[in-house]
Ligand binder design. Structure first.
Ligand code: FAD
Length: 327
């Protein structure tokens, strides 16, 4: 059966939010590593389907450089992608679970033409949602370098998608080009993006993404709701009025107390650090992480956030425990 023949009506994230009577549930997953089967991903997601996620985001992972030792002893630099398949995973999930999917598309590694081709693929598949991001620099690079002929910042990428929604493609020689109808999400950082000199500047560019056509914001993970509430207040004061979806991640290992701040430039609340430090096993850490996320989620629901977006990183047990208390 082709995707177009599915009985479900696929919807945009912004429509789900508008039609919701209460806080929605959504997920973010990573494509399997090269060589891993898609069945493992299906098995992980299956137990979460009873909580009816309204959409599932699938991350995009650009190429990275690895060094391979050759027979002559010299090192050869190779470019590889460890988690390809974002678009096909989206199509497979729609097909398997009748759920809306949101592929992440990034500036890095793409010319504007290649971005257009990727968006045409999505359009043909009936995928009308995207999360538009700049992407990080390639491992080993000091800072993000735009691909020649590509976009430097996410606001430019949002602009290109928005043009396609108006039927304006890169070539001006097309006869009656069909407008796409993408719902565009963008990233926001309650604790500021690490490169931004301050939150005010970061919000100026966040606002630019909205003015260029983005429909909603999904935040970086945070562990202190106060930071999210302050961020929303600051956004509203700057005239950013689109829905802001909080991103949540349950702690599942002690090592995350240092890994997450290092990789995502976020702070850990003292109470959470103390509680995790008192744990004597990984199971105890998981219990603390789940309980913390439940308390965070309940407070966010009381504040009527549009959706709770969970970073699953391929694991479902903790999110299943949290969702069973909320949805
Ligand atoms: P931008 O909005 O372009 O901002 C990047 C920096 O530049 C900020 O400091 C901003 O203040 C500044 N800036 C923005 N516009 C301008 C401008 N016009 N002029 C000058 N400065 C400007 N990465 C991936 O590779 N794949 C993923 O799937 C992925 N998913 C993510 C999902 C979420 C919800 C989040 C929060 C992040 C995700 N990331 C992903 C990480 C993201 O790519 C990085 O955080 C990246 O460094 C910034 O992306 P952005 O879209 O926020 O960039």
């Amino acid at each position: 059966m082709a995707l177009g023949q599915l009985n479900v009506i696929m919807a945009k994230v912004i429509e789900h939010i508008k039609n919701a009577k209460s806080t929605l549930f959504s997920l973010e997953i990573l494509p399997p590593s090269t060589g891993e089967s898609i069945q493992k991903l299906f098995d992980n997601l299956s137990p979460l389907m009873e909580f009816k996620p309204k959409f599932i985001d699938v991350t995009y992972h650009r190429e990275e450089y690895v060094f391979k030792k050759m027979a002559n002893g010299l090192l050869e630099q190779r470019s590889i992608r460890k988690r390809p398949g974002t678009v096909s995973i989206c199509a497979a999930l729609m097909h398997k679970f009748d759920v809306d999917t949101v592929p992440h598309i990034i500036c890095g590694g793409f010319t504007k033409e290649e971005t257009e081709y990727a968006l045409i693929d999505l359009n043909f598949l009936g995928i009308d949602n995207v999360l538009a991001l700049r992407g990080d620099c390639i491992k080993g690079q000091k800072s993000f370098e735009a691909t020649p002929g590509g976009h430097r910042y996410a606001d430019e990428l949002v602009g290109q998608i928005n043009q396609m929604n108006k039927g304006i493609y890169l070539s001006d020689e097309l006869q009656n080009p069909t407008p796409t109808k993408f719902c565009i999400g963008v990233a926001g950082y309650p604790e500021k993006h690490f490169e931004a000199p301050n939150l005010k500047t970061d919000l100026k560019y966040l606002k630019q993404k909205i003015e260029n056509g983005a429909d909603y914001i999904v935040t970086q993970m945070f562990f202190d709701n106060k930071k999210f509430f302050e961020f929303v207040d600051r956004c509203r004061a700057e005239g950013i009025n689109v829905p802001i979806i909080p991103g949540l991640k349950p702690i599942t290992a002690k090592s995350q107390m240092t890994n997450l701040p290092r990789n995502f430039y976020i702070d850990m609340p003292e109470d959470l650090i103390d509680a995790v430090e008192r744990c004597r096993s990984d199971d105890e850490v998981k219990n603390v992480g789940v309980e913390w996320a439940i308390q965070q989620a309940k407070e966010l629901v009381n504040h009527k956030v549009p959706c709770l977006h969970f970073y699953s990183m391929g694991k479902s047990t903790a999110i299943q425990q949290i969702a069973s208390k909320l949805f």
